[in-house]
Ligand binder design. Structure first.
Ligand code: F6P
Length: 358
């Protein structure tokens, strides 16, 4: 193998650059040229490529985001036509041909579920491909953790700690909304590590009365403030999720948002205590990676390169109990579920008296 391509697609996170760097370094050692595809599937379809040498990846492992750029709505087999509005085309075959024409013999695709489903389609269409999972949501079966999760937790913990001092000064309730879509990993782990009093997860519908009673109970102690960590896709019992927008043609069309504002207003009205909403949003995805994400990104990048350069393809690489593993591209999305009764952190939090609103 003389040339491969690499791309990042889907929502960005910290640790992507470490994976890109290890692919480039390990490929260069084997005299394999690495072509970087710009802006995810936009660059794949529109032939936006750059060559990545060791100079181009120097020190990038320390930077957040992705030096290649990303997009989380374009899909190569349902790509908007340039000529006709609302018409979508399958651009997989011609895009593979364009890469083959410049000598590319294999691809490494770094992304979440939607991206890796497209990677499977590309592999089946004749371009040998390996997928690397990443997402702050940590909800992929292929890897536990996924690239970006640990940094997402660190970012949220730092933010909640800051909110605590202002909440304490003003004797307020702070309702902190976190990303993670329908998976509660990010909220559970960061809420727990930051010492939240109440943690509300998408895996458990909450009872508003239980939440308000807990707020009153804490406010009647010397503590003076309450921190509530709420997952963006959380639901009150009998109510729907709070959607901020719908992005047509995106793999995951719903964008959640607004639960903190809603819950904060309800708490203020019911308990009489002053309450403020705070949406952490993309702050959780941004910034430089923590060491564990750099290490994970580098390990998975190197493993992906080893597989593709030895002729293996059709796999997603990941870690399970810290061991590298490869699984075949799944035919359908199988999200990794946060099984609360089996989750040691959830059980510990329950034991410590943290409320889950139930
Ligand atoms: O899946 C990663 C993620 O960051 C989710 O946690 C969040 O709901 C979503 O992406 C946000 O997407 P966007 O970047 O399109 O706002």
């Amino acid at each position: 193998m003389k040339k491969i391509a690499i791309m990042t697609a889907g929502g960005d996170c910290a640790g992507l650059n470490a994976a890109i760097k290890s692919v480039v370094m390990a490929a260069t050692k084997r005299n394999i040229v690495v072509v970087g595809i710009i802006d995810g599937f936009i660059g794949f379809v529109e032939r936006k490529y750059i060559v990545l040498d060791t100079k181009a990846v120097e020190n990038i492992e320390r930077q957040g985001g992705t030096i290649l750029g990303s997009s989380n709505k374009e899909c190569p087999f349902h790509y908007p036509s340039k000529e006709k509005e609302n018409v979508f085309e399958d651009r997989v075959k011609d895009s593979i041909e364009a890469l083959k024409k410049i000598g590319v013999e294999g691809m490494i695709v770094i992304g979440g579920d939607g991206t890796l489903d497209s990677a499977r389609v590309i592999d089946e269409a004749g371009m040998p491909t390996i997928g690397i999972p990443k997402t702050i949501d940590n909800d992929m079966v292929a890897s536990n953790p996924t690239i970006g999760f640990d940094t997402g937790v660190e970012n949220a913990v730092e933010a909640i700690r800051k909110l605590k001092t202002t909440a304490a000064s003003h004797r307020r309730v702070m309702v902190v909304e976190m990303m993670g879509r329908t998976s509660g990993y990010l909220t559970l782990y960061s809420g727990f590590a930051a010492g939240a009093d109440i943690i509300l997860l998408p895996e458990r519908e909450y009872d508003l009365n239980v939440v308000c009673n807990k707020v009153k109970e804490i406010m009647n102690t010397d503590k003076r403030y309450v921190i509530i960590a709420v997952s963006e896709a959380c639901k009150q019992i009998g109510k729907e999720e709070t959607i901020s927008k719908v992005i047509k043609n995106s793999f995951e069309q719903k964008r959640f948002g607004g639960i903190a504002a809603k819950l904060s207003a309800q708490i203020e009205e019911i308990t009489g205590y002053e309450s403020r909403p705070m949406v952490l949003g993309h702050l959780q995805r941004g910034g430089d990676p923590c060491a564990s994400d750099i290490i994970l990104g580098a390990r998975l990048g190197d493993y992906a390169l080893k597989l593709i350069s030895s002729g293996e393809h059709g796999y997603i690489v990941g870690v399970k109990q810290n061991e590298l593993q490869k699984i075949e591209f799944p035919k359908e999305r199988i999200p990794r579920i946060l099984d609360l009764e089996k989750d040691d952190i959830y059980m510990t939090a329950m034991d410590m008296g943290i409320s889950f609103g139930i």
